[in-house]
Unconditional design. Structure first.
Length: 378
């Protein structure tokens, strides 16, 4: 029986993880959960799974919860939850930068990491991967593309890789003419064609920042140069990614668009279990298309390559500026195209390249302030 600590339990990946745990009751027990604001769902989770270790991020919601549940003792912070819960696997389903430090603490405690929070590796891949190696910790990706590559690479360890090909659904705008990008509304941007996800990642998919983050994530996870990471639009999202080896063979991993499959894979790794979830019916998906990414329409993807190659704190700058801009877009303070303009300008300033856990924390904080000031002056 493996003990699971689930951060971000009420978000999209969190809910899917609970659905997996329900199906594998004899293999896993849920020992800790966190939520940002959703105390109603949290209460249901606590009742159903008898969870003892809990953290609520939002202060008001925490008070509201505590007044209704006087006997339940809450943890003081995510770090406190990670440090003082007895668990085997951390499922990090947090959104954004908030996922970084909890991963660091779990690695230092030598716990297995099932990682859905890609920003952990975007902002800190250069420190996270060596730290994981030093502590002999496995980082198993939940992100569907990386889960696909992880599965393929694990099966072909002795063949030299030529490149990896990350598939992208293209989001809602890969067919939209560039002249129309100025008029994109929040409602348009939140309509993702193939995946149902939280708001932040849905906007990141629309700008293709999400794919850019995945490029950086892949660079760190698989220790592969940026020039060997390609992206291709595959609107059906049936092939979750591909790996090409030097002998010309390309292997693709396929499955339905259901995050429970990569979650099941991450939790049961290195073993596999019969899945109770829907299997891919090839006859109902008899067309698979591929298109080139039109780079001019998606400057955020190119910016990710640029910042990734520069390394150091640049990916952290990219992430912090993007988080603030996505939030501003969702609050109607800036337009869709402003996101890439503002983030691009901030990333092209000179930034310190000295990387450490402390410099990442400092950089994230200062770039948020700088970005907010830029937005105020628009
Ligand atoms: Mn993904």
């Amino acid at each position: 029986m493996k003990k699971i600590l689930l951060l971000g339990s009420t978000g999209s990946i969190g809910i899917n993880t609970l659905s997996v745990l329900r199906e594998f009751k004899n293999d896993f027990s849920l020992v800790g959960v966190s939520t940002n604001t959703n105390i109603d769902i949290l209460s249901d989770i606590i009742d159903e799974f008898k969870v003892q270790n809990i953290f609520i991020a939002d202060e008001n919601k925490k008070e509201e919860f505590q007044s209704k549940n006087k006997k339940i003792k809450l943890h003081d912070s995510l770090i406190d939850l990670v440090e003082n819960t007895d668990f085997d696997i951390l499922v990090n389903a947090l959104v954004g930068y908030s996922g970084f430090l909890p991963t660091v603490h779990a690695i230092k405690r030598k716990k297995t990491i099932a990682l859905a929070n890609k920003e952990t590796l975007v902002v800190g891949g250069e420190v996270i991967m060596p730290l994981a190696k030093e502590n002999n910790v496995d980082i198993i990706p939940i992100d569907s593309e990386h889960s696909a590559i992880f599965q393929i690479i694990n099966n072909f360890k002795n063949i030299e890789l030529r490149r990896i090909i990350l598939t992208a659904s293209g989001g809602p705008f890969y067919k939209t003419p560039i002249e129309e990008f100025e008029n994109i509304t929040i409602e348009n941007a939140l309509k993702h064609p193939t995946w149902s996800m939280g708001k932040k990642i849905t906007i990141d998919s629309a700008t293709m920042m999400n794919k850019g983050f995945e490029v950086i994530e892949a660079h760190h996870l698989f220790n592969i140069e940026y020039d060997k990471i390609d992206t291709i639009i595959h609107p059906q999202s049936i092939i979750h990614s591909m790996v090409e080896f030097i002998d010309g063979e390309i292997y693709a991993q396929m499955g339905v668009n259901d995050m429970r499959l990569p979650i099941q894979h991450a939790l049961t790794h290195p073993h596999s279990k019969n899945t109770p979830f829907e299997r891919l019916n090839l006859l109902s998906h008899n067309t698979l298309n591929f298109f080139e990414v039109e780079k001019i329409k998606f400057p955020m993807l190119m910016l990710a390559y640029e910042c990734g190659k520069k390394g150091g704190l640049y990916p952290c700058v990219l992430n912090a500026a993007n988080e603030i801009c996505v939030d501003a877009f969702l609050n109607k303070k800036i337009s869709f195209t402003d996101i890439s303009k503002i983030v691009g300008n901030i990333c092209r300033d000179e930034h310190n390249k000295n990387l450490s856990i402390d410099s990442i924390i400092e950089c994230d904080k200062s770039i948020r302030e700088i970005t907010l000031k830029v937005i105020e002056n628009i």
